[in-house]
Design a protein around this ligand. Structure first.
Ligand SMILES: *[C@@H]1O[C@H](CO)[C@@H](O)[C@H](O)[C@H]1NC(C)=O
Ligand SMILES: *[C@@H]1O[C@H](CO)[C@@H](O)[C@H](O)[C@H]1NC(C)=O
Ligand SMILES: *[C@@H]1O[C@H](CO)[C@@H](O)[C@H](O)[C@H]1NC(C)=O
Length: 341
């Protein structure tokens, strides 16, 4: 991280010092791009059912349908963000940035949950090495989890945390996952009502401790993902966590407080047929979002942000996306016109 900042600064410095060579429009400043927030799930709270929200990455995207099946039709289970193909809530930094959106519906209607379970970790530890912006240092991870947990509890929902699953193919990364799990566990212990499920041990009970080259529930290595029977196996432990929390839901006051966020002057995002599929908060910009189930997401930084072609990043007004922008990383450049002498 420090190295990256240093090279950004150095780059900006070099560009700035050679700007006369670039003519009247020299790039003067460079800033990391913002990641577009994917919207929350589609459905408002059901009045008849117990409403559950699962916040997490591709692994929770994988087990949520099985949790839904296992809980049956007295429950309405949804995943935030509304992403069915990719990394979902990614790392804790992204989660905190986008949490207000995750807690509303995809069209920013206020909604409520009886139970919210969540996980961050796999993306925070640099599991693939391809997404440098996802890496979150241990101290920041702890702080992010603390903030996220407080916000989730403030909605009135019962909150559960799911420990991060192993990294089968790399012991260094797996040790990091274990370390981050111990940090998460310590944070959760400071919130007496939060219940934690150890999904790490649930997996190693079957696969053993990493490294392993294959496991009956895991996808082909190297991968942190599971087969469908594997996700079904994970959902057993997660369903148990939900049922544990539901026992604490006051059935007479089954409908918790709605989360309050600024909803005045929202920004509608329309699809090709002009249907509003996502709504962005006031002062944000609607952008195409590659991994959002609605195809749209929000650049929260300001109202005239610049969407990047990769469908994942955006730049503040006045900047442009670097030409090498990709889903892996992206920076923003600011062209400053220097007056000709
Ligand atoms: C993340 O992983 C990549 C590839 O292994 C590595 O080059 C990079 O330095 C790592 N970043 C951190 C912060 O560990
Ligand atoms: C495991 O991950 C670490 C940290 O990203 C990296 O430095 C190392 O090269 C990886 N080891 C293997 C065997 O891939
Ligand atoms: C809207 O965004 C702009 C630019 O980021 C900021 O200066 C302004 O204070 C914001 N307005 C409100 C009401 O948040």
């Amino acid at each position: 991280m420090a190295l990256n900042l240093f090279s950004f600064t150095l780059y900006a410095y070099l560009i700035a010092s050679f700007s006369p060579l670039l003519g009247s429009a020299g790039y003067q400043s460079i800033t990391p791009a913002e990641r577009i927030c994917k919207p929350g799930p589609p459905l408002k709270a059901s009045l008849e059912k117990t409403n559950c929200l699962v916040i997490g990455d591709s692994i929770s995207i994988g087990y949520t349908p099985w949790v839904t099946e296992m809980l049956g039709d007295k429950y309405q289970v949804q995943h935030a963000p509304w992403d069915v193909i990719d990394g979902g809530a990614l790392d804790s930094k992204y989660g905190l940035q986008c949490l207000d959106m995750f807690l509303q519906t995809s069209t920013l209607e206020p909604t409520t949950y009886d139970v919210i379970i969540f996980n961050f970790g796999m993306h925070d530890i640099n599991y693939s090495g391809n997404f440098p912006e996802e890496y979150v240092q241990p101290d920041e991870y702890t702080e992010n989890l603390r903030s996220i947990t407080s916000i989730l509890l403030s909605t009135g929902a019962k909150v559960g945390y799911v420990l991060t699953t192993p990294v089968p193919y790399n012991v260094t990364l797996n040790d990091r996952a274990k370390h981050y799990n111990s940090l998460a566990d310590a944070v959760m212990k400071t919130f007496p009502t939060v219940v934690t499920a150890d999904l790490y041990s649930w997996v190693t009970d079957v696969c053993g401790e990493p490294p392993y080259k294959s496991c009956v529930i895991a996808q082909k290595q190297p991968s942190p993902h599971y087969t469908q029977p594997g996700y079904k196996y994970l959902s057993l432990r997660v369903t148990d966590l939900v049922l544990d929390l539901v026992r604490g839901v006051d059935q007479n006051n089954h409908y918790p407080r709605p989360q309050q966020i600024a909803r005045e002057n929202p920004v509608p995002c329309k699809d090709k047929s002009a249907k509003v599929v996502t709504v962005c908060p006031y002062n944000s910009t609607c952008c195409d979002s590659l991994f959002s189930a609605t195809g749209k997401g929000c650049c929260l930084r300001n109202s005239e942000a610049v969407p990047c072609k990769d469908g994942k990043h955006c730049c503040p007004a006045g900047y442009e996306c670097e030409s090498s922008c990709s889903i892996y990383k992206c920076s923003c450049l600011k062209a400053l016109v220097t007056p000709e002498k």
